[in-house]
Write a protein that binds this ligand. Structure first.
Ligand code: HEM
Length: 420
């Protein structure tokens, strides 16, 4: 008999016997703070069939970590099965431009195509280029804070959290900085597709954004071919292994992916981290006392206040999982990274923000072959932008309750009002 879970604010209904769960991702009690729901799921039923999307989901740290690395699952399925075989409808023409970008995206490929593309991108995206951005990122953070420090209050997302990542990734790729507003606009419109059942309007708009983004990047890539520079786009154009190079379509898709992935998650991570630190009353002077403390704080922010909560995988064949779950080829499973980060079997008092817990890595950057390629860049941005902000504004406090967006997959704030 399904019962409401004892933790009253939790919107989840769990039937622990059948492992069936009902949970509305648009319920504010869930998307504003998913941690109590995760605690209820960990206690009653860490692996469950979520009725609304109609598939199995995993929250256990060990399961999620293992499934991310399990080669019987893939982000893509159409390399091993036809649409007909899977009963999938034909691609719709109104998504043709969006689909073309996805078709060559690292995130949508599986080996051997993924291995080839990732090797070429890795050759261009090297840690020495990331590290070289350190002084520029620090200077950018200071400049932005100079712009609002004397006002006594600020909405941090629009003035800081959104600007740092897009400026850094545009600068790294070698895209003119005055394009940042367009890059943000295209990216916001495209990532709206990565939710359960996007609306037709979202699809049309994402397709228009894809076409505009694609056209712009083709023009800039053509320009870079004639005017090579020491930037990531040029390095990707010239990147080579065993005579292989990135094709024009691959260059465009990869640049779109880096620009989108390169700032959407980092914006939210930065906002979530500032809110978490201020809400938990942690002492910023101790959190950022030195490089080691800063590193521990950043990792704990990523564990506790992750921006990306869920990723999907397809079963590439019929699979029997250990816990009695039978999957058919093409079935999808959901891996709840942010829930795995608060698994009490892995982390002690997981709902408490406690830097330096020394209990192993979080899963916010994923694991396995799709592990985030931008992790070193995201970490560097956070390791600079957070301490600089708290050092420059030591009296900073929340001016109102931070409000999370109604978008469960991208757990981030609408706005973050601060005062000092
Ligand atoms: C806090 C910030 C970030 C978080 C939490 C994050 C998280 C993730 C996760 C979880 C994945 C794996 C998805 C899966 O396994 O299905 C991923 C992949 C990826 N990320 Fe990030 N990311 C962040 C920042 C960045 C940045 C700054 C860049 C680029 C500059 C970037 C580029 C990518 C790319 C290209 C992939 C695809 C890799 C592949 O499929 O081989 N990410 N990211």
């Amino acid at each position: 008999m399904p019962t409401a879970t004892p933790s009253a604010p939790s919107p989840v209904i769990i039937d622990a016997v059948t492992r069936h769960v009902r949970l509305d991702i648009h319920d504010p009690a869930f998307y504003r703070d998913p941690l109590p729901t995760y605690a209820a799921l960990h206690a009653a039923c860490p692996t469950f069939f979520w009725e609304e999307p109609g598939q199995w989901f995993f929250t256990g740290y060990d399961q999620v970590n293992a499934l991310l690395r399990d080669r019987r699952f893939g982000r893509q399925i159409l390399h091993v099965a036809t649409r007909e075989e899977l009963g999938l409808p034909d691609p719709t023409p109104h998504l043709a431009d969006f689909d073309r970008l996805e078709h060559h995206s690292l995130l949508e490929l599986e080996p051997p195509a993924h291995t080839r593309l990732r090797t070429l991108v890795n050759r261009a995206f090297v840690s020495r280029h990331v590290e070289a951005l350190r002084p520029e990122i620090a200077a950018l953070c200071h400049r932005l804070i100079d712009g609002f420090k004397n006002d006594g209050s600020v909405e941090l997302l629009k003035t800081y959290a959104e600007i740092v990542p897009v400026t850094v990734i545009a600068r790294m790729l070698g895209v003119p900085l005055d394009m940042a507003p367009s890059l943000l606009d295209w990216s916001h419109r495209m990532v709206k597709m990565y939710v359960f059942n996007p609306s037709l309007e979202t699809e049309h708009d994402a397709n228009r954004a894809s076409a505009e983004f694609d056209a712009y990047l083709r023009s800039i890539i053509a320009w870079k071919r004639d005017n090579p520079a020491d930037d990531l786009l040029t390095h990707m154009i010239t990147s080579e292994k065993d005579g292989e190079r990135l094709t024009e379509d691959e260059l465009v898709s990869t640049a779109v992916l880096l620009l989108n992935a390169g700032h959407e998650a980092t914006v939210h991570q930065l906002g979530n981290a500032v809110a978490a630190i201020l809400q938990t009353g942690a002492d910023p002077a101790a959190l950022f006392a030195d490089d080691a403390a800063t590193e521990r704080t950043v990792e704990e922010c990523m564990r506790y206040a992750a921006p990306l909560h869920i990723f999907q995988r397809h079963a590439l064949s019929d699979i029997e999982l250990e816990d009695g779950i039978s999957l058919k080829k093409g079935d999808r499973i959901g891996l709840m990274l942010a829930a795995a980060n608060v698994d009490p079997r892995r982390f002690s008092d997981p709902s408490i923000f406690r830097p330096g817990r020394n209990e192993g890595p979080h899963l916010s950057f994923g694991a396995g072959i799709h592990f985030c390629i931008g992790a070193p860049l995201a970490r560097l941005e956070l390791k600079l932008s957070l301490p600089i902000l708290f050092e420059r504004l030591p009296a900073m406090r929340l001016a109102g309750t931070p409000v999370f967006k109604d978008s469960y997959h991208f757990h981030g704030l609408e706005r973050l009002d601060l005062a000092w």
